[in-house]
Ligand binder design. Structure first.
Ligand code: XLS
Ligand code: NI
Ligand code: NI
Length: 439
C-alpha cells in the first residue's frame, strides 16, 4: 500500500516476517491474513489505534513537562493542527497495517471558545476523516466525547449536580454521536471518568446515578433515531480520576444496565488496567461480561505489578493474554468491537519509532495469545478437563439439582446417605502447565 511519509519518516509498512526474523520493524507473529480457525488474524483481533495516546501524548506527567514534541502540532490555526495531526495519524495507522482507530471529539481538534465553534471545527475534521478513511480503507472502531478534561466537568458530566453542565455534556455527546455515525463507527463509547465522586458527604449518589441512566437513555434514543446501528459501550473503571467511579467494574455496570433497562443497547468495553485497578484480572472482567452476553470490545494495555494506578503500558504478557483469548474465543469472538491500544509509550521513549515498536509488540503479543488459545481449544484437553470437574451435575441427582428438580431437604437426605465427600484435586498447577505448553 502507498502511504504518506511525512511524520514517520523512514518507517516502512510493517510486514510479517515470521518468528525468526531479527528485523525490529517487522511482525514476528501477527500475520493479518493467516487463518486461525475460521477467521483470519485480522478478523479475530480487529486492532485499533487510540488517537489520544498515540498522537496527543507528549510524555508529560504530574512531575514534569513534555518530553516529546509533536511535529503535527505546530501550525497556528487549530483546525490546521487538526488536519496535520490526522495526516500523521493515518500515515502511522496505514504503516502499521491496523484496520481501525478510535477518538474522543477533542482529540480530532481542540475545543473552541464556544460550543458552536467546537461543533464547526469537529465537522471540518469529520469531513477530512471521511476522505482519509476512503483513501486508506482504515475504519472507525468507536468515537466518544471527552467529558472529563475540561474544568466544567470537575463535579461530573451526566452526574453533575448542576443541570447546566449536564446540558453541555449532552451537546458534546450529540456532536460525537453525529461524528461517529458520519464516519461509520461500529461502536460508541461512554467512559465515565468524572461520573462518580470525591466525597460522599456532598454527593447524592442515588440521584446522580438516576441522572446518568436518564442521560444514557437520551443518547441511545438519539443515536438510534439518527442511524447509529452499532453498539453502545460502557467502559468500567473503579477510580482515577474520581475517588469512586459509578462504573466500577463489569459486574457493577451490568447491574446498572439491568436496573435502568439499558441492557439491550449497551455492551462493555473491558480495559486491562481498569480490571487490575478493580482488583480483578483482565480475564475475570471479560468472563463476567461474556457470561451476561455483553462482551463488546477491549481496551488493550497493561498495568504495573507494583504501581497502583493506570499506567497504560503496552501489552506484553503472553500468558495473561492467552487466558483472555480463551475467554474471548469461548464467547464467540469480537463482533462490532475490537482491540484498541489504549496504551502509551513511556515518558522516556521519545522517538517516533518507539510508537512503532510499541504497537508491533502489542500486536505480536496478542497474535501469540490468539494462536495459543486456538491451539488449546483445538487440542481439547483443557476444555474436557474443566468440564470433567462438573461431571457430577451431568447425570442423576446432580442433573436434577441443576434443573431445579430438587429441594433443600432432598439435598440434605442425599448428604446423609452419601456420607462425607472425597477430596478431589482442583489441579491448578496442571492447568497452568497445560497453558504454558501452548504459549
Ligand atoms: C481512561 C480511559 C479512556 C477511555 C476513553 O482511563 O481508558 O481512555 O478509553 O475515554
Ligand atoms: Ni484507561
Ligand atoms: Ni480506555
Amino acid at each position: 500500500m502507498k502511504t504518506d511519509n511525512r511524520y514517520f519518516k523512514g518507517i516502512p509498512v510493517i510486514q510479517y516476517e515470521g518468528k525468526d526474523s531479527k528485523n525490529p520493524l517487522a511482525f514476528r507473529h501477527y500475520n493479518a491474513r493467516q487463518k486461525v480457525g475460521r477467521k483470519t488474524m485480522e478478523e479475530h483481533l480487529r486492532f485499533a489505534v487510540a488517537y489520544w495516546h498515540s498522537f496527543g501524548g507528549t510524555g508529560s506527567d504530574p512531575f514534569g513537562m513534555p518530553t516529546r514534541s509533536l511535529p503535527w502540532s505546530t501550525a497556528k490555526d487549530p483546525v490546521q493542527r487538526g488536519y496535520d495531526k490526522m495526516d500523521a495519524a493515518f500515515e502511522f495507522i496505514a504503516k502499521m497495517g491496523i484496520p481501525f482507530y478510535c477518538f474522543h471529539d477533542y482529540d480530532l481538534v481542540e475545543e473552541g471558545d464556544t460550543l458552536k465553534q467546537s461543533e464547526e471545527r469537529l465537522q471540518k475534521l469529520v469531513e477530512y476523516a471521511r476522505k482519509k478513511q476512503k483513501e486508506t480503507g482504515i475504519k472507525l472502531l468507536w468515537g466518544t466525547a471527552n467529558l472529563f478534561s475540561h474544568p466544567r466537568y470537575m463535579n461530573g458530566a451526566a452526574t453533575n449536580p448542576d443541570f447546566h453542565v449536564v446540558c453541555h455534556a449532552a451537546a458534546q455527546v450529540k456532536h460525537a454521536i453525529d461524528a461517529t455515525v458520519e464516519l461509520g463507527g461500529t461502536n460508541y463509547v461512554f467512559w465515565g471518568g468524572r461520573e462518580g465522586y470525591l466525597s460522599l458527604l456532598n454527593t447524592d449518589m442515588k440521584r446522580e446515578q438516576e441522572h446518568m441512566a436518564r442521560f444514557l437513555h437520551m443518547a441511545r434514543d438519539y443515536g438510534r433515531k439518527h442511524g447509529f446501528k452499532g453498539t453502545f459501550l460502557i467502559e468500567p473503571k473503579p477510580m482515577e480520576p474520581s475517588k469512586h467511579q459509578y462504573d466500577f467494574d463489569a459486574a457493577t455496570v451490568i447491574a446498572f444496565l439491568r436496573e435502568f433497562d439499558l441492557i439491550h443497547d449497551f455492551k462493555l468495553n473491558i480495559e486491562v488496567n481498569h480490571a487490575t485497578l478493580a482488583n480483578h484480572t483482565f480475564a475475570h472482567e471479560l468472563q463476567v461480561a461474556a457470561n451476561a452476553g455483553l462482551l463488546g470490545s477491549m481496551d488493550a494495555n497493561r498495568g504495573d505489578y507494583q504501581n497502583g494506578w493506570d499506567t497504560d503500558q503496552f501489552p506484553n504478557n503472553v500468558i495473561e493474554l492467552t487466558e483472555a483469548m480463551l475467554v474471548l474465543l469461548g464467547a464467540g469472538g469480537l463482533k462490532t468491537g475490537g482491540i484498541n491500544f489504549d496504551a502509551k509509550v513511556r515518558r522516556n521513549s521519545t522517538d517516533p519509532v518507539d510508537l512503532v515498536y510499541a504497537h508491533i509488540g502489542g500486536m505480536d503479543a496478542f497474535a501469540r495469545a490468539l494462536l495459543a488459545a486456538q491451539a488449546i481449544l483445538e487440542d481439547g484437553e483443557y476444555t474436557s478437563l474443566r468440564k470433567k470437574r462438573y461431571a457430577s451435575f451431568d447425570t442423576g441427582k446432580g442433573k436434577q439439582f441443576a434443573n431445579g428438580k430438587l429441594s433443600l431437604e432432598d439435598l440434605q437426605q442425599l448428604a446423609k446417605r452419601n456420607g462425607d465427600p472425597e477430596s478431589i484435586s482442583g489441579r491448578q498447577e496442571y492447568f497452568e502447565n497445560l497453558l504454558n505448553r501452548f504459549c
